[in-house]
Design a protein around this ligand. Structure first.
Ligand SMILES: [Mg+2]
Length: 185
């Protein structure tokens, strides 16, 4: 059976857009756009002060933040297409464990079909990929992408194009779910 493993933030959930809204509204930096988030780790963004980073980290620990996210365009439809073609769908996220129920609810309420939702530490993600033969993984986080490519070259690894992963040289880069489906099926 084919298995497709999806990361959530920055892949099926438009987390970048939500972060930009907070930076503009709450931090007053109205000139900032998604393209300014050139690092996955916000601590490395030189245009944020220490105080602003602390504020964002607090936001990232609120269940409301995750409930308010919009799905990325075409995500549900693409995943439904795979489901209809008998693929097993797994969501694999490194969100904090206490967000399991919120994440489950968000996926259901936005009509994502799935067989499993797994929360693990970011660095455990490659380990979960070990048991998945013939699988496809789609991810946006640079260090995880590089590690999975190194440890599991048999996995078809897709990089969901985001401003914070422009330097990633491995994987199959896709800009949206239409491209993803075209390359996977
Ligand atoms: Mg992600």
């Amino acid at each position: 059976m084919h298995v497709a493993v999806f990361d959530i933030d920055g892949v099926v959930a438009d987390t970048g857009k939500a972060i930009i809204e907070i930076i503009r509204k709450d931090l007053g930096k109205s000139w900032i756009t998604l393209e300014d988030i050139t690092e996955y780790d916000i601590n490395k963004l030189s245009w944020l002060s220490e105080e602003e980073i602390k504020y964002l980290v607090i936001c990232f620990n609120q269940p409301e933040f995750y409930l308010s996210l919009s799905p990325l365009d075409g995500a549900q439809k693409a995943i439904q297409t795979l489901k209809d073609a008998d693929w097993k769908i797994i969501f694999l996220t490194a969100r904090p464990k206490f967000l399991y129920n919120v994440t489950y609810y968000w996926l259901k309420s936005h009509n994502f079909p799935f067989d499993e939702l797994i929360i693990c530490q970011a660095l455990e993600k490659p380990k979960y990929c070990e048991r998945l033969n013939q699988s496809v993984l789609i991810e946006d986080r640079p260090d995880i992408i590089n590690e999975i490519a190194r440890r599991h070259p048999h996995i078809r690894l897709f990089v969901f194009n985001q401003p914070w992963n422009k330097n990633v040289k491995v994987g199959i880069r896709v800009n949206n779910f239409k491209e993803f489906l075209a390359k996977i099926l």
